[in-house]
Design a protein around this ligand. Structure first.
Ligand code: ZN
Length: 163
């Protein structure tokens, strides 16, 4: 069957950046199951997989607009060290939780630590990146009623682990 909205799709994938470095792959996490048409994967990849069948290999370059969005410079701020929790020594790569203007939880990546302060980036780690996907379609099946109700896939047989 062809991939369409309401299908659960199993894919193996390798995701590389513009330099060809592997950012993520199913070798690390195992094959990915997702519910097609529900925004569980980035829009550019979802579009590229529409109509594909089991066994298809798909290579696609997804722009930031169809991926994790642009990198907004105004989401990068430098704060004095004393504004951060005193019990943790900030290090580049560390992720802190903060509150946005509306009280929502923000994930802030530490991108620089200096004498003046700590630079935090609230953008998605892959914001502004072109995403080079190499995908193999391992399987396509009709989603169960429960999966459609929940809006996500439940693993290989529709009864897998729940999150
Ligand atoms: Zn569920």
């Amino acid at each position: 069957m062809k991939i369409a909205d309401g299908c659960v799709v199993e894919i193996d994938y390798i995701l590389r950046d513009d330099e060809g470095d592997v950012i993520d792959s199913s070798d690390e996490d195992g094959a990915l199951h997702y519910l097609h048409g529900n925004g569980q994967i980035v829009p550019g990849l979802e579009r590229a997989l529409l109509g594909r069948v089991q066994g298809d290999q798909v290579s696609v370059v997804v722009s930031p607009e169809d991926g994790y969005g642009p990198h907004f410079p105004d989401r990068v701020v430098t704060v004095p060290r004393n504004r951060l929790p005193a019990d943790e020594e900030p290090e580049v790569g560390m992720v802190l939780e903060g509150n946005g203007p509306g009280g929502e939880t923000l994930l802030l990546r530490v991108v620089e630590v200096s004498e003046e302060g700590v630079t935090l980036d609230a953008n998605h780690p892959l914001a502004g990146e072109n995403l080079h996907f190499a995908v193999t379609v391992r399987g396509v099946r009709v989603a169960t009623g429960e999966e459609l109700e929940h809006g996500h896939a439940h693993g290989p047989d529709g009864h897998g682990h729940h999150h």
